[in-house]
Ligand binder design. Structure first.
Ligand code: CA
Ligand code: CA
Ligand code: CA
Length: 682
């Protein structure tokens, strides 16, 4: 009874239970999955024939679709798919050689510097898969860069969250290791943010010890013993988490950390929690969607403090089916959310599909990818990159831009210059720098010469990372050129505990010191003679060109239901509504006047700082007739910029205490019908 038997056999619940009865020690070992069980960390899988520790005990395979397991991307869900025979695990027939080499530099670099392999230390076949990267940096110590990724090294001991740390600005990295594993037991699918006020790094992951989303935090990230466990959210259905931290001291929401995810046990919806106290506590979750929309990535605009979640309607999955980009925005620090954009449908990038997921390669189906990209926002401009099928072309990457904080968008701009309809470009990422530069990077088959790519063919170049840079926050783009140093073979996924179609789900790039920090999966390093996956890193230094000055900050406007109204009692309170939240630090009572008389009591804020009520000790309304409310342009800041001028009339009438009926004139006779114009006769 082993995993391969489980894959090939037709299993039902009773057979599963029988298996566990025959293997009581395995049941014992698995009992702690998904809940805090210190003992579980001590458990070691002793045999390659043991059942995958990622699969919960007594798991009912008939519930895979009800639970959305087939749509999830975390490695545990993949292990369940493999266990239930719904997906194949990776496999290969390695030869006995154990070479490991890196190809030398083949051509000059246009974007980026020298590529760095993030995977240091021992690799033990077949647990050699590292990919799906998330990159963050420390703005107060830009030499400190941390990249997280899925790491198969500890997949069989419930430890698949890899992290590599650089202390020299990204020239070299070290993969953190304790006792041969990452320092994050029970953790998988990691992401990372840096909390500037507390100078603390936070890894968030699918955390078995929290039974949901949790992770580890540290102020000395290169010390693997320094990381302390914490929890964010409890649910067995959490998947595909993403995170962002507001690290701009001038932002209205400086210091907040945001984590979003899909919860497949709660309608498959997107949820979010944020922390206002540097990670000590996390809010009750905000529900962002009311139906299944993939939580693609979250980002924020450090200037305005606005936070954005890029989502995708995946059209039921598969190849040849539609996708639609969706956007959700919060302008009050994550408290309330608005669905600002529902983009047009397009066909998702693919050559075929395997189960729910589209894949970029066929024969066999390989590299699941739905078209997910990455958002970036800076100074009121929201940008997004994604991938789509383009006629017969299996994949191109596109850029869309919004100058009204994610409500309306420019027409999609194709970033890849290669237009060979047999070559795919896919899985793009994007980051924005403080200089207003954008860097988009994607997987590009431009260097492929062979008719197709097959995994584990070290002599067949398949793809190379390509980039394109904008020096004006996305208005115009420099040329498309290479970012990684060499063309990579298509790496194999040989780990039997990870679904065979997995290569990389996303790369999350970021920026520091006007550099762009990018990681990706590369197959140039061979082990046992096969091309396998390593997470790589490179950075785009500040450009030599002069970045265009950043756009004028967004303005926001004031409205009031009182405009044009009639009052019969002189009011002392006046309520106005804002298009975006006011920055309370910029607001004063005297910003508001009626008939040039300023308010003289502290104003009240409500509705997430989008409603202001100004107060008077005595009403400024004293004479009958026309009255005028007024706020000068720039009197305070809201939505990240100065408020527009507001002037609004209303009327004060005095009711007659004893209404006297007016004499009525009798109705005048109707006017005579207009004379019909004479028709011209021929
Ligand atoms: Ca590897
Ligand atoms: Ca293409
Ligand atoms: Ca490079």
């Amino acid at each position: 009874m082993n995993k391969r038997a489980a894959q090939s056999g037709v299993l039902n619940l009773r057979v599963l239970i029988g298996m566990f009865i025959m293997l009581p020690s395995v049941v014992l070992a698995l009992a702690g999955f998904g809940i805090a069980q210190a003992q579980q960390k001590q458990f070691t899988v002793k045999s390659t024939n043991s059942i995958d520790p990622l699969v919960p005990p007594m798991f009912d395979c008939s519930k895979i679709h009800d639970l959305g397991i087939d749509k999830q991307v975390n490695l545990r869900a993949g292990a369940i798919m493999i266990f239930c025979g719904e997906a194949q695990g990776g496999s290969a027939s390695p030869d006995e050689t154990s070479s490991r080499f890196v190809q030398k530099l083949l051509q000059p670099l246009v974007y980026g510097t020298t590529d760095v392999d993030l995977i240091t230390g021992t690799e033990t076949y077949p647990h050699v898969t590292q990919s799906t990267t998330f990159t963050a940096s420390n703005p107060d110590n830009p030499l400190q860069i941390v990249v997280t990724y899925n790491d198969a090294r500890g997949i069989n001991v419930n430890n698949s969250a890899g992290v590599s740390v650089s202390t020299d600005g990204g020239n070299t990295f070290t993969r953190l290791t304790i006792n041969g594993q990452s320092p994050f037991p029970n953790c998988g699918s990691p992401i990372i943010v840096y909390n500037r006020p507390s100078q603390t790094w936070f890894i968030a992951c699918n955390d078995g010890s929290c039974g949901g989303i949790g992770g580890y935090k540290s102020t000395t990230p290169c010390d693997p013993k320094s990381w302390i466990h914490y929890c964010i959210y409890t649910s067995s259905g959490a998947d595909r988490e993403s995170g962002w931290a507001d690290n701009n001291p001038s932002s209205p929401f400086y210091g907040r950390m945001y984590v979003s995810w899909n919860d497949f046990t709660r309608g498959q919806n997107i949820f979010l929690r944020y922390s206002t106290d540097n990670g000590l506590t996390w809010t009750n979750e905000r529900q962002i969607t009311a139906t299944f929309v993939r939580n693609v990535q979250i980002t924020g605009d450090k200037v305005t403090g606005a936070v954005y979640i890029a989502g995708m309607d995946e059209g039921g999955g598969g190849c040849g089916t539609t996708r639609a980009n969706k956007l959700y925005r919060s302008t009050d620090g994550g408290n309330t959310w608005t669905n600002t954009y529902n983009g047009p449908t397009f066909i998702g990038p693919c050559r075929t599909a395997s189960g729910y997921f589209a894949t970029m390669y066929d024969n066999p189906a390989y590299w699941r990818h739905m078209g997910w990209g990455e958002p970036a926002a800076y100074n009121g401009v929201f940008s997004y990159v994604y991938a789509a099928k383009n006629g017969s072309d299996p994949g191109d990457v596109f850029y869309i831009r919004s100058t009204d904080m994610g409500v309306t968008f420019s027409a999609p701009f194709q970033l890849n210059s290669n237009t060979d309809p047999t070559k795919a470009q896919w899985e793009p990422n994007l980051s924005a720098s403080d200089a207003g530069t954008l860097l988009a990077t994607w997987y590009d088959e431009a260097p492929r010469v062979a008719a197709s790519c097959q995994p584990s063919s070290p002599s067949t170049p398949c793809y190379q990372m390509h980039s394109r840079k904008s020096n004006d926050n996305g208005v115009t783009w420099l040329v498309d050129d290479t970012f990684s140093d060499v063309a990579s073979p298509l790496p194999l996924q040989p780990d039997p505990s990870i679904v065979a179609t997995y290569v990389s789900d996303y790369d999350y790039s970021s920026s520091v010191l006007n550099q762009h920090l990018v990681a990706w999966v590369d197959g140039r390093v061979t082990i046992n003679g096969i091309s396998q996956m390593d997470a790589f890193f490179d950075r785009e230094p500040p450009g030599l060109g002069t970045p265009t000055p950043t756009p004028t900050p967004m303005s926001c406007s004031v409205s009031s239901a009182g405009c044009g109204s009639v009052v019969f009692t002189p009011p002392i309170d006046f309520t106005v509504n804002l298009s975006d939240p006011v920055d309370p630090a910029t607001l004063q009572a005297s910003d508001f006047t009626v008939n040039n008389i300023p308010s003289n009591l502290p104003p009240s804020l409500s509705n997430g700082n989008t409603t202001i009520t100004f107060h008077y000790t005595t009403s400024p309304v004293t004479t009958r007739g026309l009255q005028t409310m007024h706020i000068s342009a720039g009197a305070f800041n809201c939505g990240g910029g100065p408020v527009l001028e507001f002037a609004c009339p209303f009327f004060y009438y005095v009711r007659r205490s004893t209404p006297t009926p007016r004499p009525r004139w009798s109705e005048p006779p109707p006017p005579p019908p207009p004379t019909s114009p004479k028709r011209l006769r021929r």
